[in-house]
Design a protein around this ligand. Structure first.
Ligand SMILES: *[C@@H]1O[C@H](CO)[C@@H](O)[C@H](O)[C@H]1NC(C)=O
Ligand SMILES: *[C@@H]1O[C@H](CO)[C@@H](O)[C@H](O)[C@H]1NC(C)=O
Length: 302
């Protein structure tokens, strides 16, 4: 072995020894999960499986899969019908009271859970969120609901009618979760004025400095986009991009949007600091393999 190789090796060993993969008390960083539309905290085929997988990979980790309501059924229904601002407030309260999270936590949101956890980061800085991982979250909303997960397709047909007839009316905004992140590019003005959730967290009406300040406390904001997504319209929303106003064909990438150039949310600053991570995965909405997860997401959970 050459002197150079030995030198490189010892540097590597130093780096390995010095790298803080665990907190000082030896506990792994806890993880908070927020499920998607029509799903629940504990479905053994979705969030239940994810929780188990993370627990297997990071021995001793505390994983909290959020249940919104007092039962699995309520949790699922609330993903359609409980005002998102109320959901976020409840989650903030729950996290603030959980003794296991007080040193900070990572969070991972699936589909709409991605933008909901971003609202938690922006509105509730304590306890601190370290990394935010959005798996197919729609940060610029959706303009279409082409289909819903299996058993709930009848609810979806009904929701689609409501969205098309009056997404920005007050009663629909207050009671229909998907209306609260409905983003109509043909009517940006109505969206900016009336969206009680997404337009607020995206600083469309005014700039709340604390949203900006709080979001910037994140170490990493990871956005996963499903490159063959047939459930989210447009899929570009998963990387914080959206249609150019006035039409629904051309997409403006995040970096070209006024949200970024005016830096209303601090995203440009975060991007320059290397805090934004854009990952793409081949496949339809929320389809990924364990191998992909372990290789690409697990590193952000330490
Ligand atoms: C900004 O956001 C914080 C946290 O949600 C809230 O308490 C405050 O009232 C907001 N400020 C304005 C001016 O809306
Ligand atoms: C985004 O901005 C860059 C640099 O200003 C420009 O070259 C590019 O064409 C723009 N892309 C879109 C899709 O607007």
């Amino acid at each position: 072995m050459s002197v150079f190789a030995v030198w490189v090796l010892s540097i590597c060993l130093l780096l390995v020894q010095g790298s803080p993969v665990q907190k000082s008390d030896g506990e792994p960083v806890p993880l908070v999960i927020w499920h998607g539309m029509g799903d629940s905290c504990c479905n053994p085929f979705s969030m239940g499986a994810i929780k188990k997988m993370v627990e297997r990979q990071i021995p001793g980790v505390y994983v909290l899969s959020l249940e919104i309501g007092n039962s699995i059924t309520q949790d699922m229904e609330n993903s359609f019908f409980l005002n998102v601002n109320e959901q976020v407030a409840r989650v903030c309260e729950q996290l603030a009271k959980d003794p296991k999270l007080q040193q900070g936590y990572n969070s991972m949101g699936f589909s709409q859970g991605g933008q909901f956890l971003r609202a938690v980061a922006q509105r509730c800085p304590s306890p601190p969120m370290h990394n935010l991982i959005s798996i197919g979250g729609q940060h610029q909303g959706v303009y279409g609901l082409p289909h819903c997960p299996g058993e709930v397709s009848h609810i979806c047909d009904w929701i689609r009618k409501l969205l098309n007839s009056g997404a920005y009316t007050k009663p629909v905004q207050e009671h229909l979760v998907q209306a609260e992140y409905w983003h109509d590019p043909l009517n940006e003005e109505a969206y900016q004025k009336n969206s009680i959730f997404l337009a607020d967290i995206n600083q469309e009406r005014s700039v709340n400095e604390s949203y900006k300040h709080n979001l910037q406390k994140l170490q990493k904001f990871v956005m996963v986009k499903f490159l063959k997504d047939t459930m989210v319209v447009p899929p570009d929303s998963e990387w914080f991009a959206f249609y150019k106003p006035g039409q629904s064909i051309d997409i403006v990438p995040l970096q070209n949007s006024t949200l970024y150039t005016e830096d209303r949310l601090g995203l440009r600053e975060m991007d320059k600091a290397g805090k934004l991570v854009f990952l793409g995965v081949e496949g339809d909405h929320l389809s990924f393999t364990d191998e992909w997860f372990n290789e690409n997401i697990l590193p952000f959970l330490h």
